[in-house]
Write a protein that binds this ligand. Structure first.
Ligand code: PBG
Length: 333
């Protein structure tokens, strides 16, 4: 008998053969494009740390949404940059808030495009934390505790105002305990029992969010988010977070960030049967862009490999700043 007995390379000989045995295929339907909406008019600001990503005002937004729709991307995730901020983030739940206005406008242009509203307070609070803060001085520094239960009511109001404006999916990212239940019951009370919750269930306190905080102007003014976002070292805790969200009525689970956490994606895929979302965050985008702009990597190949890896790990959907690029590449495949 000849050697080797097993020849794996038989199935790799041609592109056609490889495509027949391919186990994971990234589709345009898997992608969600984040969009930053700013107050004001005539705004189209490129984010310095995220080349190719812009803040748009309502009057400059249409071409961006047109492009997303023409690429057949099924959903956008909206973040807002409000004109004014205060201690409780009231511009986040105002009926004429920037996310609410953008939602109404986008749904009037394209009723079939899914609008997902990120439900958090950090873009709307003057202190930049994701909930209400009790501040105090310690050794001459301002410190603060983010108050859990007091914040839940504000988050619930934010979710209801987003649903009233026409959001199709509510995506709470604040990491307060009990936020899914609080939002679910508020939505139900207001007649939005049909609106699903995509919960940022497993959200780590990550340095990969740095560029986003430039984009959304949401960096905490003191302290950090480690008392509410998860420790990157923990995995069993991720199961507890996901389990409580399931019990509280989440319709979809999320893991964030993506690249350094694909073990968590796989774990949640194996342990839970809800649709699973992975967030390919700002810092992951910036790293790839920076290297690509230097000519050090092949951007298209790297992006498709990363997104395919996220899907292979178990994601049903991927939120990514590369959604438009990837959709174009998939179309031409
Ligand atoms: C709001 C929120 C953040 C991101 C999504 N929703 C920032 C944060 O928690 O600091 C980060 C997204 C990204 O980095 O792309 N809480």
């Amino acid at each position: 008998m000849s050697f080797p007995i097993v020849r794996h390379r038989r199935l790799r000989r041609t592109a056609a053969m490889r495509s027949m045995v391919r186990e994971t295929v990234l589709n345009i339907e898997d992608l969600i494009q984040p969009v930053f909406i700013s107050y004001g008019s005539g705004v189209k600001n490129e984010i310095t740390s995220m080349p190719g990503v812009f803040q748009f005002s309502l009057d400059t937004l249409k071409p961006e949404i047109d492009e997303i729709v023409s690429l057949r991307i099924p959903a956008v995730l909206l973040f807002g940059i409000p004109e004014s901020k205060d201690g409780i983030g009231s511009s986040g739940f105002a009926d004429n808030g920037i996310v609410q206005e953008a939602t109404r406008l986008i749904k009037s242009w394209y009723p079939d495009l899914m609008v997902i509203a990120d439900t958090c307070l950090c873009e709307f609070t003057d202190h930049g934390h994701c909930g209400m803060v009790h501040t105090f001085e310690r050794d001459g520094h301002t410190c603060g505790d983010v108050m859990n239960d007091e914040s839940l009511e504000l988050l619930a109001r934010t979710a209801v105002s987003q649903a009233k404006a026409g959001a199709d999916i509510i995506a709470p990212s604040n990491m307060m305990d009990g936020f899914v239940q609080a939002i679910r019951s508020a939505l139900d009370d207001e007649g939005f029992e049909h609106i699903p919750i995509m919960s940022y269930s497993v959200k780590y306190a990550s340095a990969f969010y740095g560029p986003f905080r430039d984009a959304a102007d949401s960096a905490p003014q003191f302290g950090d988010r480690k008392t509410y976002q998860m420790d990157p070292a923990n995995v069993r805790e991720a199961l507890r977070e996901a389990e409580s969200d399931v019990l509280e009525g989440a319709d979809m689970l999320m893991v964030k960030p993506a690249l350094a956490y694909l073990d968590i994606v796989r774990l949640l895929r194996d342990q839970f049967d809800l649709p699973l979302v992975t967030y390919n965050v700002s810092g992951e985008y910036s790293m790839v862009k920076a290297a690509a702009m230097q000519g050090w990597i092949n951007e298209k190949a790297i992006v498709m490999e990363m997104l395919t890896g996220m899907k292979r790990a178990g994601s049903d959907m991927i939120i990514t700043y590369f959604a438009k690029d990837a959709a174009g590449w998939i179309k031409d495949r």
